[in-house]
Design a protein around this ligand. Structure first.
Ligand code: DLZ
Length: 373
């Protein structure tokens, strides 16, 4: 007789997850499932799927070695129903057991799916301190945030890492990451629909690899395609900045980030994209839009040196498009931002430019935008 089924999801691969605390090895069965539904709700990068499936398989082996009974649905099993709810129902029938325990999923979509299953699904608490940005391993549960913070602290105490690095690292994990996680659950399932700036441009094809001629964008996209990874500046100041300046639909750029990055799970990706990067939530996450001209990209990278566009030029065909786009963005959104004290300096700079130059800037940006899609 099986008493209950314990579902472990692909981003819950931690032995001290709350659902396992309730487990009775003699009576309960752990279920895990590789399903098309989860592998295809966005076009995940293949590396992300490989990471999750191989980590799930290793974790199931580990649980078995600890003496637990695990029923694992492989992706190519003909009996696999290819959805989490389908697998719950199938396993419930197989074991004649309608009691399911699962630690609350990290995504509204999955929470909703599971609560619609005609079984008794109990959702247990999530851990208090959640995963961090720095690694996909943290985001699927293979590393624990408190452990890595303690290791970093120890490295400082042993004299192996400087205080400023360790402080930044720990703040990233227990500060920013927890804040982002709180935003996701506080804002609710419709957060990704926000569009404060009314941006509706379809995602330009350069995001899927069509060459744009802008060296920073082309290199960031190529690296993303090759490795499913990009660092903070590449995500925020190159691809995110460009989407915001050119008025790309926040939902479309959100789906892109969610699919291409190996560490992207909606709880962490959506507040970073919709809020931090695209200001689509109107300032819930960020206090000002994260926009910059070419100068900042030049300061933070070496992309501009070998770009065919000239970062020092402001207008015209050879000028770095980020320059005119930056002022175009500020000018077209003036009503929404001019009262923001963090933006006042920018508007004063714009207002001091002579009319001819301003007209040329807007014309340059308009020409670029018209040729974009
Ligand atoms: C992202 C992902 C993928 C690609 N595949 C699976 C899967 O086959 N089985 C599974 O249990 N979870 C998978 N995940 C993670 C889920 O989509 C989802 O992000 C989390 O379960 C939400 O907490």
């Amino acid at each position: 007789m099986v008493e209950k089924l314990i579902l472990i999801l692909g981003d819950q691969l931690t032995e001290d997850i709350s659902s396992l605390r309730e487990l009775d090895p003699g009576k309960d069965v752990i279920i895990m499932a590789e399903v098309l539904g989860e592998a295809s709700y966005v076009a995940h990068h293949p590396k992300k799927i490989i990471l999750i499936f191989s980590a799930m398989r290793s974790f199931s082996d580990k649980l078995r070695s600890l003496g637990y009974r695990v029923e694992y649905s492989f992706f190519d099993d003909p009996q696999n129903t290819q959805s989490l709810s389908g697998e719950l129902i199938r396993r419930a029938e197989q074991f004649k057991c309608s009691k399911i325990t699962v630690t609350q999923p990290n995504e509204w979509r999955v929470i909703e799916d599971l609560s619609n299953v005609p079984l008794t699904v109990e959702l247990m608490d999530q851990p208090f301190l959640f995963h961090a940005i720095i690694s996909p391993y943290l985001n699927i549960g293979l590393l624990k945030p408190l452990d890595v913070c303690k290791k970093a602290e120890k490295a400082f105490l042993d004299g192996r890492a400087p205080l400023n690095s360790v402080e930044g690292f720990i703040r990233q994990i227990i500060g920013w990451r927890e804040y982002i996680r709180g935003i996701y659950f506080l804002q609710g399932p419709n957060y990704t629909q926000n569009n404060y700036l009314d941006h509706n441009r379809p995602l330009p094809s350069l995001y899927w690899g069509k060459e744009s001629g802008l060296n920073c964008l082309d290199q960031c996209v190529k690296q993303t395609e090759d490795f499913s990874y990009a660092h903070h500046i590449q995500r925020l100041m190159v691809t995110g900045n460009f989407a915001l300046l050119t008025g790309v639909s926040p939902y479309e750029i959100h789906e892109w980030y969610l699919s291409v990055y190996i560490d992207a799970f909606e709880w962490v990706e959506a507040p970073n994209t919709i809020g931090m990067s695209q200001f689509a939530d109107g300032g819930v996450v960020a206090s000002k839009p994260y926009v910059s001209s070419g100068a900042y990209i030049n300061k933070m990278s070496n992309y501009c040196k070998s770009c065919k566009f000239k970062v020092a030029e402001k207008v015209g065909k050879d000028a770095c498009p980020f320059n005119a786009l930056y002022w175009h963005f500020l000018s077209r959104n003036r009503a929404k931002f001019q009262g923001n004290p963090r933006m006042a300096q920018m508007y004063r700079t714009w207002d001091r430019m002579n009319e001819d130059h301003k007209n040329n800037v807007i014309k340059s940006a308009d020409e670029f935008l018209n040729g974009l899609n």
